[in-house]
Ligand binder design. Sequence first.
Ligand code: HEC
Ligand SMILES: [Cu+2]
Length: 407
Amino acid sequence: MSDTPGREPGHLEPEPPEQGPPELGPPGQRLPATRPPVVPAPVERFTSPPAIRAFELTPERAAQVVRQSSNARWVGFLAVVVVILFVAIYWFYELGLPLGISQPRLKSEVNAQQVTSVERGYNIYEANCARCHGKQGEGGIGPTLNRQDKLFAHLSEDYLRNILNVGGRYACGDPKSLMPVWSDTGHPPGPLNYRQIDELISFIRATSDETYIARHPELLDPRIDPVTGKVVTFKGWRDPNYKPEPAATPYPACWKDEFAAPASGEPGASGAPGGSAAPGGSAAPGGSAAPGASAPPAGSAAPVGSAAPAGSAATGATVTITASGIAYTTPEVATPAGTPFTLSFDNQDAGVPHDVQLKDASGAEIFKTDTFPGAAKRDYQVPALAAGTYTFVCTVHANMTGTLTAS
Ligand code: HEC
Ligand SMILES: [Cu+2]
């Protein structure tokens, strides 16, 4: 207690009578040691010159202070102006200039991303899908993709995502569908990852009011047309302003129904009834055999005014066209010119609709069979053809073509 440091030695409380051992020495010598008296350092060593110590303002000094503080105000003012300008410029950069002079940054960013994803999707489509669905989505082995009535609702984002994930059987439940699984999350996994699937969907649903640039698949620099030297561009398929006819039925969930419906709804509307093997002319109603004749399809086989009596139809040539594996296995057929003949269309693709549309050199339709799914065989009476070469196509599969020569 008496040894508390910091106490002035002079103010020591009166010590109780010494009881400790005598070796401790006299009380004045115990810790803390008494400090030597403070000797102030010589003042002169630390003082500044008297001119500085004089603190009354000289006129020069006062003017300097005024100048400095005005400078400081300017600096402050300019700093505030810079900050305000920065905020204002950033504000408009981020949110867009007023009056629509420029778009908000986020929006243009999203647009740019959309554009690149469509442009990437274009390459993915070209590499994977065009061989079956056509370069423009016009269809081939696979159904058409670029039609407005399909793009309007049927080919929705969800539908596309599902079919790419599940494979072609998602469309109509056909387990033997020719279209494989595309997504790498499918079973079995396909070749495309989720980003490529997204880009593909962006491309298929891209609108036709925007022009996109075809880019190199890896380098992403614009492709240049070697002939014109211009950048290759393309447009989306979907017309954003398309509205279906008010009375139109929505596109069927299974694309094959588009072709199946008329055939099953009104059998024999355009061709041989029933589609069962119609032997020669006896079963063919005059209506289809001789379109020129306005006579009612009498039960008897002889159409009024037709050059070919029933007998000759029966004896006329039979042209067999076979479809198998989404192709005509009889791409070149021949028939005598000038006589009606029997077209026997054999669709061997189970569950896949095909038809035969006969066209003349100008591309005008001369005759068309029903569109019906296989496996089935139907016979049709075709009126006499002038000598020449005719093409026939399948309206479902643009890649199915053949030629019919009449001679
Ligand atoms: C081997 C040929 C083939 C390839 C390649 C192919 N498809 Fe298909 N696709 C088909 C066939 C066949 C169908 C019909 C499926 C069915 O009903 O069985 C189909 C159906 C579709 C459908 C449904 C169409 C509808 O009207 O409902 C979409 C969408 C589609 N394919 C997109 C694609 C995309 C995208 C790619 C490229 C990644 C692709 N296909 C590649 C053959 C193919
Ligand atoms: Cu076909």
